[in-house]
Design a protein around this ligand. Sequence first.
Ligand SMILES: O=C(O)CCC(=O)C(=O)O
Ligand SMILES: [Fe+2]
Length: 277
Amino acid sequence: MTTIQMVKMSEHVGTEMLGLDLNNLSDGDVAAIKAELAARGLVVFRDQQIDERAHISFAKNIGPIVVNNYFPENGEFPEIAEVRKAETQMVNIGGGWHTDHSYDQIPAMGSILVARELPPVGGDTLFSSMAAAYESLSDGLKATLETLRAVHTADHIYGPQGFLSNSDQGADLKGRELKTRAVHPLVIRHPVTGQKLLYVNSAFTTHIEGWTRDESLALLNYLYSVGSQSAFQCRLIWQPGTVAMWDNRSTWHYALNDYHGHRRLMHRITIDGVPIH
Ligand SMILES: O=C(O)CCC(=O)C(=O)O
Ligand SMILES: [Fe+2]
């Protein structure tokens, strides 16, 4: 097994795992990567020379691949979705705090993102720990949250009236006709670590089951303000050769949109999840 140097990216989330070659992993390396991902929510690899085929085979080592219904596909490799912003576009994908696929009955475990084209500066991605956010709450609020479930959908984003489909990203997106709806507990347990996690997000959670939208927003906006505190975050500064993998159950992420006039292209493979509760 390779000697891996582990560098924490912040107190609560993210580890850079240095010394690995993703083209050449032992079973022990794969086990170490999975364990660190479960523990820290985000693992980052630097200086990788990973082509599309290697990206796909690394992903298959982690779990079954699931193709995002909305993002444009890479022409040659349908397993790979493209997260892209052209010099001429103003809106980016993922430009607000969210977790991917919470609108699915069984949300994706996570994604593996490979930096293909980066702006000269900017385009960082922020991550936030939903374990730390949950832990910071009072026992009283924790107990209340445990009794609640929330409704998640992507229709207001990708549907015909949706924010992204009507933005300058719209022409690239697919899946406009799809309908999504899932109900998940506000607090879930991580399927591997058993840790309790806050599971709502400002992109896809519409309301708390049985509550009006206004009532829901009073509580949800408070939870979003907690989840987006800088104390629970880390910041990923991408470089050529950077690969990142995150866990959608235990983290939120936010792709910063501060590089207008420059291209950014990421290749994304999403890994299937397991039922959450
Ligand atoms: O471009 C990024 O850094 C992340 C975009 C995003 O939200 C995603 O791929 O799920
Ligand atoms: Fe995302």
